[in-house]
Design a protein around this ligand. Structure first.
Ligand code: GLN
Length: 534
């Protein structure tokens, strides 16, 4: 029988519920359990694909093309749980399925209501992850307890134990215990209120994970236990980790969270094996090198907009025992002439993906600077498209070269819309999405980095390299080194005469893990270390 863990959050948002859920997933997997992870998001968008990164941070893309919440990135980086469209549901998605059923008469004359129809649909989304090959499903509920829009989801998880048995379910609630400097005290009242709200709905949490800036004393945890009606040993503190988010699971294990979960769910005890993870954390705290990577984007001040890129750079740094410092540069600020002042001290430049014209000219200037100064350059999706535009303008002399995304009637559309996209008018879920095969040319930098010619990477775009310019660009030194095996699509370009200039149409950042960094990020950071040594 599959066990279910529900993770809710209270007091404030941004407590790191995703990280905590992912850490629980990791700890259980390291005890030999087969885990599935899932996020339920109470907003009305059908998926986050149509949301601005300012609203929502990065859109994380899965192999099957699902455009999902960025917490799924944590799940993939921490666990081996296979993720798919079934791993992320929103209110919008739940309702669109219900409305479809209603329109096709599937409710047979019933009045369609939040209880039971919406809650049934949510329970279906949860239970479809269970099965004979799954020991534990971890379902994280987005938002904060007390949000109006979260109520149907809370009601659904309240009902869930009635269907599968209370012993097979565990409720974990993540809260904040703020420390008030003036009073020199950790304050437990917000946590008491948050649990109070959950209990009003009918959910008694089994375990409280409390985020704190500084360690809580026994007195505080005992008080929380008493007022929140949980056992004393089931109040687990999660102190802030200054060094790395990858320390979170180690901290939770130290406080016995995984053992507690196992006991409460009656799962086989076994030992948790975290040696490689622990060793990694010990090793990377004493880095041998330090490199500065310039990231030029347009949502740069939003910490989560390029989440997986930052994580992938960090993983590559781990592998080189190198501290990677991010220099976040707002692309719009790079249209002046003082590029030396901004980019002069970087050891590598990364231009990530994006949409729309704002910031494009600054990105192109930054790429020109990296190309001319031999600074390792890594372009991703829009970053690759900008690299092609830059090369066409400044090396081929096609001064009007552009993407038709930004200038529909440019005389030199070096980036143009994919044929299959031309008749699509709907915006949601209609890009070229998900894992696609790519064939790398032997001897190319990309092929050497991957150590193989056959790869598969995830996509999310509408535009592509225009093959009409292939020969001219090759003659000028920009070489397509990765292509779709069956279709005329350029997926990778390189400048072989440059120390490291690789740009990819896909998103490698969705496939990097702390113990298994993505090969291109690994190679890029290697080149940045070389550059730094000079
Ligand atoms: N806007 C570009 C396109 O749609 C790039 C997308 C991206 O960087 N993800 O092709």
């Amino acid at each position: 029988m599959t066990k279910h863990i529900f993770v809710t959050g209270g007091v404030v948002s941004s407590l790191g519920k995703g990280l905590t859920s992912a850490s629980i997933g990791l700890l259980l997997e390291r005890r030999g359990l087969r885990v599935r992870m899932q996020k339920l998001d109470p907003y009305i968008n059908v998926d986050p694909g149509t949301m601005s990164p300012y609203q929502h941070g990065e859109v994380y893309v899965l192999d099957d093309g699902a455009e999902t919440d960025l917490d799924l990135g944590h799940y993939e980086r921490f666990t081996n749980s296979p993720l798919s469209q079934r791993s992320n549901y929103t209110t919008g998605r739940i309702y669109s399925s219900i409305i479809q059923k209603e329109r096709s008469g599937q409710y047979l004359g019933a009045t369609v209501q939040v209880v039971p129809h919406v809650t049934d649909e949510i329970k279906l989304a949860i239970s479809q992850l269970a099965g004979p090959d799954v020991d534990v499903v971890i379902t994280e509920l987005g938002g904060t307890v007390g949000d109006i829009e979260g109520l149907p989801f809370l009601e659904a998880i309240r009902q869930f134990p009635l269907d599968v048995g209370r012993d097979n379910c565990l409720f974990i609630h993540l809260t904040l215990v703020p420390y008030l400097k003036a009073a020199r005290e950790a304050k437990t009242k917000p946590t008491q209120h948050s649990v109070g709200q959950l209990r009003q709905i009918g959910i008694q949490p089994d375990i409280l994970v409390v985020r704190t800036e500084r360690p809580l004393g026994r007195e505080s945890t005992d008080k929380i236990a008493l007022f929140c009606n949980v056992e004393k040993n089931a109040v687990i503190e999660e102190t802030d980790k200054d060094f790395s988010i990858y320390e979170v699971p180690l901290g939770l294990a130290e406080h016995g969270l995984d053992k507690l979960i196992i006991n409460k769910l009656g799962l086989p005890p076994g030992e948790v094996d975290l040696d490689d993870w622990k060793n990694l954390m010990v090793r990377v705290k004493k880095p041998n090198h330090e490199v500065t990577i310039g990231i030029v984007g347009k949502y740069i001040e939003h910490r989560d907009a390029y989440k997986s890129i930052y994580e992938s750079l960090t993983h590559a740094g781990f592998a080189h025992t190198t501290r990677v410092i991010f220099k976040r540069v707002e692309a719009e600020d790079l249209t002046g002439s003082d590029l030396d002042g901004v980019l002069g001290n970087i050891d590598g430049l990364l231009v990530p993906g994006g949409f729309g014209y704002r910031g494009i000219e600054g990105k192109i200037n930054a790429i020109k600077y990296a190309r001319e100064n031999g600074i390792p350059f890594f372009g991703i999706c829009l970053g690759m498209q900008c690299a092609v535009i830059e090369y066409a303008r400044n090396v081929l002399g096609l001064t009007d070269a552009n993407s038709t995304e930004f200038a529909e009637d440019t005389s030199d559309p070096v980036i143009c819309m994919l044929e299959e996209q031309k008749d699509i008018t709907e915006k949601g879920g209609t890009m070229r999405l998900g894992a696609q095969p790519c064939q790398l040319s032997s001897g190319s930098r990309a092929q050497q980095a991957y150590g193989t010619s056959e790869i598969e990477e995830r996509h999310r775009h509408r535009y592509e390299f225009n093959p009409a310019y292939r020969e001219r660009l090759i003659a000028a030194g920009l070489i397509p080194t990765g292509k779709h095996p069956q279709r005329d699509l350029v997926e990778v370009v390189e400048v072989p005469t440059h120390p490291w200039f690789v740009a990819v149409q896909y998103h490698p950042e969705f496939k990097s893990k702390p113990l298994a960094p993505h090969p291109l990020f690994h190679s890029f950071i290697g080149a940045a270390i070389e550059r730094h040594r000079r």
